[in-house]
Design a protein around this ligand. Structure first.
Ligand code: BF8
Ligand code: SF4
Length: 632
């Protein structure tokens, strides 16, 4: 086995961060490392989930001497309500992002800013939803399908139209357990209403609703977001890009797109290809225009255009501290408000583009379907003009970057599997059967779906990378999205050559299918792709999802969206391994519900451990136990 392959270590990444921190100190700006110190120790009541401030009789905090809030709410009620509100906010965020993607399809026109890029996927969805396409212009079909999708948010009755995509056993469980979500907006409203003062006090009902609002996200808003992004911007297929701060270029105009909704980033990419703007960049002394992505929109752009990924959540300030960012343009979600003050210390222009994320110290240019092209052009033009304003004395670009093979949507994975289908397995194409055979035979032991953020509560990126390395060494294949996928990219685990770190079985599969051991599936809304992958495997195998040797892993999660995700992953029957505890430890009942009782409802629950070594061992044991139960 060749041992030449080396990962970029967390220590190397930390050295880059330390060097950029010196710049922050030099220019006199605080960054997250400073603020973590200022916020430590955290409020114990908040950490345990037992502070309630949902009415002005409070805030009420639970202590041994004061076991109830003024209204009589107990720790169980307060922690349960806080938990459900997090899930509801997360579902709202993902789903509203999905809604924007649907409007882009509705507004798409051959001569407009947004187009239909994957017409075949649109026609498949029209067929799935019973929409007649015969003799219709594709854009007319697009509008009809978009309207049907938009209706999913506020239809008067019924459950998510997408539930039918799951295997029949799952659908039965959801029906029996009352986990079929109402229309998306209604489910978020229900969660908010249930948690209003004087409404639901029963923690079991609160956790049940958290799963339901999670389902409205994962099998509703997020899944719509993914499908309609694919239709408008293209379905990702395998390709190669690069990741980490080293993708910033000293000699180029650098524009960072940050956020989640691909619409604005697409406009920026289009503008960057305009010959007039390239000429402007050159006139100002740059070699060209370098567009890079940050956080989930990086994943979206990388998968579709091969745009390079500058980093994940805790790298957003670092990127600006390099001194070479001529513009940073954000859409929504996971944007540090401190991007404004940090940009002010440099020549960097900071643009906000969504009424959903309006941030001080930015130029606010709300983007619509109609003005997107114009605004994209304006931002890139201003970035080109800004190139001359850099301060040489503040420039430092860490040289770390790694190649990354990306774009493994379900369609992308199947396209790779089709190349290895052979006679002793099956002649069929477009199936997960070759993968299932590998799992059955033990060549691959199982799969782990990595999701989630960075969180300074744990050593950033360390848990992601160390857990991934140990899992692939144990022949467990990984699918990853969001900031977890970017941690892998920074380390080099998305390189096909990373197969040398795998056990013998997985290494062979990586060679045969020409894939890396960590498969990049996209952004956080694309965890819906993982749900379709898991239910697709269950269908092709003829078993239910909880039996499949697959787990969810979120070692460094932090956001409300992650709570929504964890709830739908568990409701889909997949145990989820968390490296950061939900803020519920002040209620034994709540902890018992989320780590055990939900398994009785839907087949999945959380396992929580902030020690990455213990977490990875628990994952390996769980996968082996699922195998044993299947007799494989
Ligand atoms: O949606 S992984 S820090 S960027 S919340 Fe945010 Fe977390 Fe990153 Fe994407 Ni997901
Ligand atoms: Fe206190 Fe009850 Fe009001 Fe919460 S709802 S702040 S526990 S009185």
């Amino acid at each position: 086995m060749s041992l030449e392959f080396e990962v970029t270590t967390v220590e190397q990444m930390e050295a880059d961060t330390a060097r950029l921190y010196e710049t922050a100190q030099k220019v006199g700006i605080d960054v997250w490392q400073d603020r973590v110190k200022n916020q430590t120790p955290h409020c114990g009541f908040g950490e345990k989930g037992i502070c309630c401030r949902i009415c002005t009789m409070g805030p009420c905090r639970i202590t041994p001497k004061a076991p109830k809030g003024i209204c009589g709410a107990t720790a169980d009620t307060i922690a349960g309500r806080n938990y459900l509100r997090m899930a509801a906010a997360g579902a709202a965020a993902h789903s509203d992002h999905g809604r924007e993607c649907l409007w882009k399809l509705y507004d798409a026109a051959p001569d407009g800013n947004f187009h239909i890029t994957d017409a075949a996927k649109l026609l498949r969805m029209a067929e799935e939803w019973g929409i007649e396409t015969e003799g219709k212009d594709i854009y007319e079909v697009g509008r009809e399908v978009a309207l049907k999708g938009l209706n999913e948010y506020g239809k008067l009755s019924g459950t998510s139209i997408l539930l039918k995509r799951a295997n029949p056993e799952r659908q039965k469980v959801w029906k029996e357990q009352g986990l079929e979500p109402h229309p998306i907006d209604r489910e978020v409203v229900t969660a908010m209403h249930m948690t209003h003062v004087g409404c639901t006090a029963d923690p079991t009902a609160l956790v049940h609703e958290a799963m339901k609002v999670g389902m409205a996200d994962g099998w509703g808003g997020s899944m719509l977001g993914t499908d309609f992004s694919d239709i408008v911007y293209g379905t990702p297929m395998p390709k190669v890009t690069e990741g980490n701060l080293g993708v910033l270029e000293k000699d180029y105009v650098n524009v960072i797109c940050h956020g989640h909704d691909p619409a604005v980033a697409e406009m920026i990419v289009n503008a960057s290809e305009d010959p007039e703007l390239i000429a402007l960049a050159r006139k100002n002394g740059a070699k060209g225009i370098n567009i890079v992505g940050l956080c989930c929109v990086a994943n979206e752009m990388a998968m579709r255009h091969g745009i390079r990924m500058v980093g994940n959540y805790l790298q957003q300030e670092n990127a600006i501290l390099t001194g070479v960012v001529d513009a940073i343009v954000v859409d929504l979600q996971c944007i540090f408000p401190n991007i404004g003050p940090v940009s002010e210390c440099f020549h960097t222009k900071f643009y906000t583009t969504s009424p959903i994320a309006q941030i001080p110290y930015s130029t606010y240019l709300p983007v619509t379907s109609q003005n997107g092209g114009e605004i994209g052009y304006r931002i890139v033009k201003e970035a080109c003009e800004n190139f001359v304003n850099r301060d040489e004395g503040k420039i430092f670009i860490p040289d770390h970057k790694r190649k990354a093979a990306i774009g493994y949507s379900c369609e992308g994975i199947k396209s790779r599997l089709d190349t290895v289908t052979n006679s002793h397995v099956d002649e069929e194409l477009d199936t997960y059967k070759p993968l299932i055979e590998c799992v059955k035979s033990g060549v691959i032991r199982g799969a782990a779906a990595f999701v989630g953020c960075n969180n300074p509560r744990v050593r950033p990126d360390y848990s992601h990378i160390e857990i991934m390395k140990k899992l692939i060494a144990n022949d467990i294949v990984i699918v990853a999205t969001g900031c977890a996928a970017q941690a892998a990219s920074k380390a080099g685990l998305l390189e096909k050559e990373a197969k040398v770190l795998c056990g013998e079985g997985l290494r062979r599969v990586c060679t045969l299918a020409d894939i890396p051991p960590v498969l990049h599936m996209g952004s956080c809304v694309d965890i819906s792709r993982m749900m379709l992958l898991a239910t697709g495997i269950a269908k092709d195998w003829g078993i239910d999802v909880p039996q499949v040797p697959v787990v969810g892993v979120a070692p460094e999660w932090m956001s409300e969206k992650a709570v929504a995700i964890a709830n739908y992953v568990v409701a889909t029957g997949i145990d989820t391994y968390l490296g950061v505890s939900p803020q519920d430890t002040g209620s034994e009942k709540m902890m018992n519900l989320i780590t055990s009782e939900t398994r009785d409802w839907a087949g999945g629950a959380y396992y929580i451990n902030d020690n990455p070594d213990d977490l990875v061992n628990a994952i390996i044991n769980a996968i082996e136990a699922k195998r044993a139960a299947l007799g494989i």
